[in-house]
Design a protein around this ligand. Structure first.
Ligand code: SF4
Length: 397
């Protein structure tokens, strides 16, 4: 492999091929340094020294789920005595426990006891109580679930969600967007094609989404490369993805961990490589790469800043999905802790909203997005545009 030639491509604005991404992901530890350096160089070109974060809170409206993903340590059976469904009033109460948040992030299990109307009532109640808080909620799998149960198309489901104050779609349930892997780790979940179709529908309606990958289990480099390629192709068409969030598999308390004898989280060197390759593969198409402090721990998350990362993610407040799968890095950080961690790494902290608008730029500036792409219709997005990057980010490289 001509490593120099491959690593020059992103710097010149050329796209890496899927095969080149797979080759980079297969590099042995002693050949990875140039990849790390290229990712860091590209990130600094796109995002400077800025590391952003969002002041948010997680609200999991139900833990009961009739599915059985092999990697999940969160779900309980719908008839389990620990199963719960939040009422709209309880959800509002939880959202109000953290004054000043800019976002609530809301996902839950596929609970046959929870109707779409109940879910709409939860969103509407939060939106009414906190109209400025962006509701970032539901995965494509949940959209599929509520659509089929309510007899609606995904487009009709999104329309009703928008009426209830819905803001943007969680890019989870992606896991690995390769069906041969999905059949093993999440056989009941929607196919790769359906996942893409639902996210594309959201984007066409002006609803932004995040994007994720679940890695560090049974996947191979070719699967990761194929996954990145699916996301990049989608983004090239719609421009609706705000960020990419690699999520490392937490094996504890999970059927997948037990079945495959996976007892440890992926080595941090392998985590760094995935971040670096993702940065190089997405380039300016998806300029925001988010680390995950609740899975990696804050110290390692801060280290990822040198491997292409430009976002520390959310304060989370009451994160419980990772904790249930053995996560030991806490359920919340304060904004002060986020800022201290970013500054401690010699970077500039930037508080942002869900759609990457800066809320406290250095010097107190308040800016809108730098680059736009197409009209937006999202109720929670006053800019009515698809921002591609934070203000001040370079658009040429
Ligand atoms: S990952 Fe989600 S859909 Fe899968 S079992 Fe867990 S709660 Fe259910």
């Amino acid at each position: 492999m001509d490593l120099d030639r491959i690593l020059k491509k992103p710097q010149a604005g050329e796209l890496l091929t899927e095969e080149e991404a797979a080759a980079l992901l297969s590099l042995p530890p002693d050949r990875r340094k140039p990849v790390y350096a290229a990712a860091d160089r590209l990130n600094r070109r796109l995002n400077g020294r800025r590391i952003s974060y969002v002041f948010n809170r997680n609200i999991n409206f139900t833990n009961a789920c009739s599915s059985a993903c092999a990697f999940c340590g969160y779900r309980v059976e719908p008839d389990d005595e620990a199963a719960y469904v939040l009422s709209p009033a309880e959800a509002v109460h939880l959202a109000g426990l953290t004054p000043g948040i800019d976002e609530v992030c809301m996902v839950g299990g596929l609970n046959p006891e929870l109707t779409f109307d109940h879910l709409l009532a939860i969103f509407a109640a939060i939106h009414e109580a906190f109209p400025h808080v962006h509701i970032h909620a539901l995965s494509p799998m949940e959209i599929e679930w509520y659509s089929s149960r309510a007899g609606l198309t995904p487009r009709e489901t999104f329309t009703r969600l928008l009426s209830a104050g819905y803001g943007s779609l969680c890019g989870t349930a992606a896991e690995i967007l390769v069906d041969e892997v999905r059949r093993i780790i999440c056989p009941s979940k929607l196919s790769t094609a359906r996942w893409v179709e639902i996210v594309r529908t959201a984007h066409e309606m002006g609803i932004r989404s995040t994007s994720t990958i679940l890695f560090g289990h049974i996947e191979k480099p070719v699967h990761v490369a194929a996954h990145l390629s699916v996301l990049r192709d989608l983004q090239a068409d719609t421009g609706g993805i705000t960020e990419f969030i690699p999520l490392v598999f937490m094996p504890h308390n999970t059927p997948l961990g037990r079945a495959y004898g996976i007892r440890e989280v992926a080595a941090k060197e392998d985590v760094f490589l995935l971040y670096a390759v993702a940065r190089l593969f997405f380039g300016r198409l998806i300029p925001n790469l988010q680390t995950s402090w609740c899975k990696l721990g804050l110290d390692v998350a801060v280290e990822t800043f040198d491997y292409g990362v430009n976002d520390l993610g959310g304060t989370l407040m009451a994160e419980s999905i990772t904790r249930c799968a053995g996560g030991k890095h806490g359920e919340a950080l304060t904004c002060d802790q986020m800022v201290a961690a970013i500054r401690g790494a010699g970077r500039t902290s930037v508080r942002r909203d869900t759609l990457y608008h800066i809320l406290n730029a250095p010097g107190g500036a308040k800016d809108g997005p730098l680059a736009h792409r197409r009209p937006m219709h999202s109720k929670n997005d006053s800019s009515q545009t698809f921002p591609r990057s934070l203000p001040g980010q370079s658009t040429t490289w």
